[in-house]
Design a protein around this ligand. Sequence first.
Ligand SMILES: C[S@@+](CC[C@H](N)C(=O)[O-])C[C@H]1O[C@@H](n2cnc3c(N)ncnc32)[C@H](O)[C@@H]1O
Length: 248
Amino acid sequence: MEISPLNASNMGAYQDFGEDSLRAWDPEGDDGRKYLLNPTILRMLGAPEGRRLLDAGCGQGYLSRMFASRGAVVTGVDPSSRLLGYAIQSEAEHPLGIRYFQRDLSRLGILEDAPFDAVIANMVLLDISDWKAAMENCFSALREGGRLIYSLYHPCWAPNASETWSSKRHVEINEYLQPYEVQNKHGVNFHRPLSAYLNFALSSGLQIVEIAEPLPEHDELRAETDDIMWHVPNFIVVCLRAGHRQRK
Ligand SMILES: C[S@@+](CC[C@H](N)C(=O)[O-])C[C@H]1O[C@@H](n2cnc3c(N)ncnc32)[C@H](O)[C@@H]1O
């Protein structure tokens, strides 16, 4: 498997993840995933039963397992041997019929189970330097009418914005329009303006189905969620539909 060189910092950081921190991600991911991303993705996807899904950049595989346990036929791909190794081990211990492949989305190649009813790239495109190739490969993996659902940190977040929220109850941003690299504990993410991803998808012939800036679904969750979740969007989740020109 060929890994594009600029992902090296992330791959190195993921390699150091301990078994406990990978297991702590089960069964629903962190709070942002549990309260914001998972409910939004599941709603955009509709009933998963019998659908052929690609979990693109599946990481340790929690979302693949969530889909498969709801009856979907799931393929997961990820370049990180550490994260994918956990996903494969978990499948061996508790089989759900998920097929995993070590792949770089920007150099995906043909997958046996393609075309898919939906491709889900949960917090993945922001890890990828060659994001246009990665998105194009996601489009190509879809059947006609299939959906690409991708999520990102909302780009209204600049590095250290959460610190300004704690002290000032607002987030500060001094660069939005220009892309830049964000150094974090897992390597490097890429900040890109929303229009970059959206216009690329539109120019490739996809249609926007929905754009969500999720907040917790129930008011009762106020007590157990971070206050900021109710005021500033942590994430953006986009659902796109492939037209007949997306298949190569
Ligand atoms: C923040 S994690 C998200 C993992 C998983 N989707 C989740 O929500 O838990 C980012 C994932 O993107 C993967 N990734 C990084 N570069 C990639 C690439 N070029 N192709 C596919 N996945 C990539 C990483 O290995 C990692 O699993």
